[in-house]
Write a protein that binds this ligand. Structure first.
Ligand SMILES: [Zn+2]
Length: 382
């Protein structure tokens, strides 16, 4: 009987190794891709300009994946070594907490959740398996742990002075956001709970309609619900920034009517440049900009149609012409199960591409990070 027990134990251990050690990493590697390419050529002039810029990006989903962010990885798009190599001074790290099985741009129902299996396969705390709120709390704790382990080389920025001191010291700063406010689980008090663990960018929807209102990819196309209005009002009063990426156009209009505080679209394309169901109308983008908002241009096909680096640059140039230079920023969607042409370490090549396209140095400075840094220094809590 002993040898049967030995075989059974071996089978369980191999199964656990495959399930926990291999499958989730393989999923990460297969879904956060960089297109094969020759090394980008970056001129002395572009590199010199890039080095003066506090590069900033409004959207990475790195926290969803079990990669040690302190180490450089071959899979995915972002980790601290690659962000630093790309000259990034400020990165918004966004928590994904629930997704439908298929990430359709046209329509998804809200009843299914494909993330539970990933949480289990990555051996996340049991509390995260059944609670969307706990998933957001856990991802904040990952950022908090990173700040401790990095011992001064990474700042989890929760207010203006955290960000300013990181910039002064030349240390990478991370701001915490959620991709959709379903972690509130319909309870306004959870705004406090999430604020207390450092949440500063509150996305309202992701791929499905939630308690706050309609998604751009949901079933209803609805605007803000009564709960959504209360949640936005409370989040703004606490100093959070509202992110309407993935929100229905009616939600965007309702938020603009509800608050004077500028809002962001953390990762998007611009419809007049790329006619995609992922992108809201140019007119509504203009209203967001007129409201003082910031639009992060994404690096993947669903946002910009063709994800080549020169085409991403053309999306940025289109957005500048439509919205004005001070309203355009980077919103990569790195590690958001997308394929890009360049990872975070290769961001100097985007400076080169914008230079080649004829932008002035001060315009490149603004879109590559100046605008986002200014926005967060102005709108994070004191
Ligand atoms: Zn997204």
């Amino acid at each position: 009987m002993k040898w049967i027990g030995g075989i059974a134990l071996t089978v369980v251990l191999i199964g656990a190794y495959l399930f926990y050690g291999v499958l989730s990493q393989r999923y990460d590697a297969q879904h956060n891709l960089v297109l094969a390419h020759e090394p980008y050529v970056v001129s002395e002039a572009a590199r010199a300009l890039h080095e003066t810029i506090p590069v900033a990006d409004l959207h990475s989903d790195m926290l969803l994946w079990n990669r040690d962010p302190s180490k450089r990885h071959k899979r995915g798009h972002t980790d601290l070594p690659r962000l630093r190599e790309g000259g990034v001074a400020l990165q918004v790290f966004t928590a994904v907490t629930k997704t439908p099985p298929a990430l359709n741009y046209d329509k998804n129902s809200s009843d299914k959740d494909a993330l539970t299996l990933l949480m289990v396969a990555q051996a996340w705390p049991v509390a995260t398996w059944g609670s969307i709120f706990e998933r957001a709390i856990y991802q904040a704790s990952r950022l908090e742990g990173l700040e401790h382990r990095e011992d001064g080389a990474f700042v989890f920025a929760k207010n203006k002075s955290d960000l300013q001191s990181a910039l002064d010291q030349g240390v990478l700063a991370g701001v915490y956001g959620v991709e959709g406010a379903h972690p509130l689980e319909g309870n306004l008090e959870n705004v406090d709970g999430l604020f207390d663990v450092g949440l500063r960018v509150m996305g309202l929807q992701h791929f499905f309609d939630n308690e706050l209102g309609g998604s751009l990819h949901g079933e209803s196309g609805a605007g803000l619900t009564a709960f959504g209005r209360d949640a936005v009002t409370k989040a703004v009063s606490k100093g959070m920034i509202i992110d309407v990426a993935h929100s229905s156009e009616q939600v965007v209009r309702d938020v603009l009517a509800l608050t004077d505080k500028p809002i962001i679209v953390s990762h998007t394309g611009v419809n007049g440049h790329c006619d995609s169901p992922r992108n809201i109308s140019d007119d509504l983008m203009k209203e967001i900009a007129d409201h003082g908002g910031l639009i992060g241009v994404g690096f993947w096909d669903g946002a910009v149609c063709d994800p080549s680096i020169d085409h991403v640059a053309s999306a940025i140039i289109y957005a500048i012409a439509l919205l004005g230079i001070e309203h355009v920023a980077l919103g990569s969607d790195y590690d958001g199960t997308v394929t890009t042409a360049f990872d975070a370490s290769e961001l100097p090549a985007l400076t080169q591409s914008l230079m080649d396209a004829g932008l002035e140095d001060d315009e490149i400075y603004a879109v590559m990070g100046g605008n986002t840094v200014r926005f967060f220094l102005e709108h994070l809590p004191d």
